[in-house]
Design a protein around this ligand. Structure first.
Ligand code: HEC
Length: 474
């Protein structure tokens, strides 16, 4: 509440982060963490068998990974933290405080990774055959640096899901070595290897002639993929067991949204079939690579993209209503600040709000501010996960009255455990209800032309009076 609130009212703030993050994870896992060891292995295999065709294949695979990771990969990597800071600056601020040295180290490891990939790619030809052995060492160092960048970031993701004993000890290392850290690393590491295998399966037909060598190359990456699938499945099980029980109950909505949650088993089955199809095609590449039709080599990678997107959505969703479990709700408000805000008011403590107290005259504006502060991290008004649509579904054709909406706002978190309780005083919640009811007759997106009396969107208007607050000290 100390920051101006950025809000995308059509697509939703979550969507902004999701698009950037899923693209980044796809590139990072398949083209950096997983691809670098695979490429170094293919290069080494060519060196050992004195067959230059393996070397050429490794070089071409590296060319693709080099271009994509240093452009899309690097931009979306920074983009995740930029978009997340935009949407929830207070949460990112808390994470920076705990993981300060981790981020610092990440930066150094990342620069090392970029230098190594430049060196590995650009010296490939000029070092020639005589120094091939040394050149492969570059590949191994690059593989290690790529893995380290992921190994550091995974600590932060695990922490958000379960900070473990950090709540009592508040030390850097208890934050890093949170209960989800190792399970998630044990899953993501082999997952990245599998993804690199699928990427190679997709690319090999472009980089080889239709001959015996292509068949050998397909078999090679098929074996790689299958070999890493086993630890990937074990890692997934380990990860699943580490997820706190309460979060697993969010699974149906996480998989299928509230409207389709009864179908969650069907969705889970479809995803399992997709995973099985990936394994079957990989096995096919090992047993009968010559019979593998060309389009089939692209299918596993595309399916993996879908599975990955799902996995990241579910991981983000099950953690709700918290952004940092046991510490902060997704609306960016610390859980232990709730009693204070109930007593003194959200608006009184918000740095950016049009009004400090609710009066009959400013009710709609104050209610809109409340919506922006308490609901807009997850909801839009009329767009994705729009609150107008949610309320219409809840009440059917019945007009929503202020009393009914108010009762629901107060109690929804009991029946929808993925939503945080609505913060604030009775007057503020009542103003929020009035604002929501006003959307019924006049569903105007926040940020656009507003209900009468509202001149400037809350997103750009600083508070009338800025006074130091307990929250501001963070
Ligand atoms: C942590 C994110 C989050 C926050 C914050 C949040 N909600 Fe929700 N809310 C959800 C999700 C997710 C759903 C279910 C979406 C779906 O799958 O249809 C939902 C559903 C709803 C529904 C429909 C409930 C039903 O039973 O059909 C209403 C109404 C609602 N939210 C209102 C609000 C209001 C008002 C606020 C602010 C005080 C708020 N929400 C804050 C995530 C959130």
């Amino acid at each position: 509440m100390d920051f101006p609130l950025f809000h995308l009212d059509w697509a939703g703030n979550r969507m902004l982060i999701a698009v950037i993050a899923v693209l980044h994870v796809l590139v990072n896992h398949s083209m950096a963490v997983g691809a670098m060891p695979l490429i170094a292995l293919v290069q080494w295999w060519g060196y050992r068998t004195a067959d230059p065709r393996w070397d050429r294949l490794a070089y071409r695979l590296l060319g693709v990974c080099f271009i994509v990771t240093t452009t899309v990969g690097a931009l979306t990597g920074v983009g995740i933290w930029l978009s997340a800071s935009l949407v929830n600056p207070h949460a990112i601020g808390s994470l920076i405080r705990v993981f300060f040295w981790a981020w610092f180290t990440e930066w150094i490891v990342f620069i090392t990774e970029v230098c190594l990939i430049l060196a590995y790619f650009l010296t490939w030809k000029s070092w020639g055959e005589r120094r091939k052995g040394q050149h492969i060492v570059f590949g191994c160092a690059l593989a290690l640096a790529s893995w380290l960048t992921m190994a550091i970031i995974v600590a932060i993701l695990g922490f958000m899901m379960d900070p473990g004993s950090w709540a009592e000890r508040r030390s850097f290392w208890t934050g890093v070595l949170n209960p989800i850290y190792l399970p998630q690393l044990c899953f993501r590491t082999p997952l990245a290897m599998v993804m690199a295998g699928l990427l190679a399966l997709l690319l090999i037909p472009f980089f080889t002639a239709r001959d015996a060598f292509r068949r050998r190359a397909l078999r090679f990456v098929g074996v790689w993929t299958l070999a890493w699938s086993a630890p990937c499945i074990v890692g997934a099980g380990f990860y699943w067991l580490a997820i706190p029980d309460a979060m697993r109950s969010n699974m149906p909505v996480a998989l299928a949204t509230q409207a389709f949650q009864t179908w969650h088993t069907a969705v889970a089955q479809i995803l399992t079939v997709a995973a099985a199809a990936i394994l079957i095609i990989s096995l096919w590449a090992v047993i009968k690579p010559g019979w593998l039709p060309r389009p089939a080599t692209a299918v596993p990678f595309l399916l993996m993209f879908v599975l990955l997107g799902y996995f990241e959505r579910v991981r983000e969703f099950v953690r709700k209503p918290a952004v940092i479990e046991n510490y902060m709700y997704a609306n960016g408000i610390e859980i232990d600040k709730y009693p204070l805000l109930r007593e003194e008011g959200v608006l009184a403590h918000a740095t950016y709000a049009s009004h400090r107290t609710v009066t009959p005259e400013n009710e709609l504006e104050a209610g809109r501010d409340m919506f922006i502060i308490a609901c807009s991290r997850c909801h839009t008004t009329t767009g994705v996960n729009g609150v107008v649509n949610k309320l219409t579904t809840m009440y059917g054709r019945e007009p929503w009255s202020r009393e009914i909406v108010l009762t629901n706002i107060r109690t929804l978190h009991n029946v929808r455990p993925f939503m945080p309780p609505a913060p604030g005083t009775d007057a503020e919640l009542s103003a929020l209800a009035a604002y929501l009811v006003s959307l019924q007759a006049n569903p105007v997106p926040v940020g656009g032309a507003q209900n009468e009396g509202v001149k400037t969107p809350v997103t750009t208007q600083p508070a009338v009076t800025l006074r130091p607050t307990a929250l501001g000290e963070g």
